[in-house]
Ligand binder design. Sequence first.
Ligand code: G16
Length: 542
Amino acid sequence: MIQTISSVPYDGQKPGTSGLRKKVRVFQQPNYAENFIQSVFDVVEGKTGTSLVIGGDGRYHNRTVIQTAIRMAAANGYGRVLVGAGGILSTPAASHVIRKYGASGGLILSASHNPGGPDEDFGIKYNIANGGPAPEKVTDAIYARTRTINRWLTVDAPDIDLDTPGRVTVGGMTVEVIDSVADYAALMETLFDFDTIRSRVADGFTMSFDAMSAVTGPYATEILERRLGFAPGTVCNGNPLEDFGHHHPDPNLVHAKALYDRMMSADAPDFGAASDGDGDRNLIIGKGIFITPSDSLAMLAANAHLAPGYAAGLKGIARSMPTSAAADRVAEALGLPAFETPTGWKFFGNLLDAGMATICGEESAGTGSDHVREKDGLWAVLLWLNILAVRDMPAKALAEEHWARFGRNYYARHDYEAIETEKADALMAALNAALASLPGQSFGPLTVSAADNFAYLDPVDGSESRNQGVRILFVCGSRIVFRLSGTGTEGATLRVYLERYEGVDGTLDAETPAMLADLIAAAESVAGIARFTGRTAPDVVT
Ligand code: G16
């Protein structure tokens, strides 16, 4: 029997770069999660009788919201819910499950790389039938609905046993608890040359994978240790914990410092990698070398044909605007189309669906392909392993060879976190106001050639997205991008992206901070970061 629960709208339920992310305490308010989920269900057309996938990254509050969402799905007319065992599905695995089982969509409960626990973050994201994040027209409609919602629907049914795979009924709807690892591991076996990787492992190739006490632990243990033969213990922090062991499950040089230090030490394994809270991000570190996400995208694209799933070549390469142009040089050399989209994986969906791009990537440690419609951390690790196994060379040698062929895009991102929103908005407003006057101005040795606020016209559906970040381009080809993060839960985070290109005859083996020093100084002069925010140094440099 369907129950209708009265409610009133909450302010601020606007999905950001990747769904609705708030503190757990915010989500725990009466009707808060229910309002958002009901708004999704009210907006989604043609759902009656279809399948819905539900899973999350295992963080605190995951199980509670999953049980609620299952009852609400039953009341809203879904025919079947597929839920990952233990309530767990990595984001790329959820994307695969949606596609494989022909679901009409999925609810992914995750705040990705943000910390977890009663005082930390939670999130809900809706993915559409192609397996990818809902595009802006859908998230805008969901937001509009949250502003008028006055009731949500549920059924009177007890919690289900999330830990035992099998089938139960809730309010007349079937719920299948599925093994979340098996389908994903099987997909990876179709894409990569497991035999060649296995033989290198047998010959002594070693790696270390930091699952950061987050969702990829079970996936990585199954694939790396059981199927590829890496030694037990190759996967560190492999048990998903509700609070990620009090760490940020963010695979960058700050939060995965232990892995970085190990990879720079004399007894480092051959290869190091990490993934984030929900398994869609990746960190790649070779023995003695950190590979930036932008470089990783370019190097993977240049070598992807060595993996069976990509042997026929790529259709195109897409990157988000703040990601370095390293991938563009590969596209040019291979005669492939290159696409520049706004930040957010949702913008790649149309290109992948239309067969215009095969590989996509973002500076924020996301890389993926048309095998699913999310970025995929383990996929990137496996493609690296496949390439290194076939080439039979260390990651460092591969990177050096790549730069010698394409030149090198020195790159860093400086994050200023938890700034007061008004101050961050004032900084961006001043930058926008200055755009027209910037060309021709010099900052130290750098002269501005062009400045704009990035807008994107989707080549598939013609939709336009404006205000996607301020770009300052310099005559020498260097670039600074300023934008505010759309994934934080506290104040505003200013991201400053710095990029300098050195051609094949330039300096290819220098330290990044030294190569970017002029750009860092120019960023301060152009934007007045200290003046507007009171901050004199970034909180995180990646
Ligand atoms: C999300 C999106 C990514 C985006 C990233 C950073 O990642 O899925 O596409 O690049 O946020 O966004 P922002 O710079 O706005 O914080 P994730 O891993 O958090 O889902």
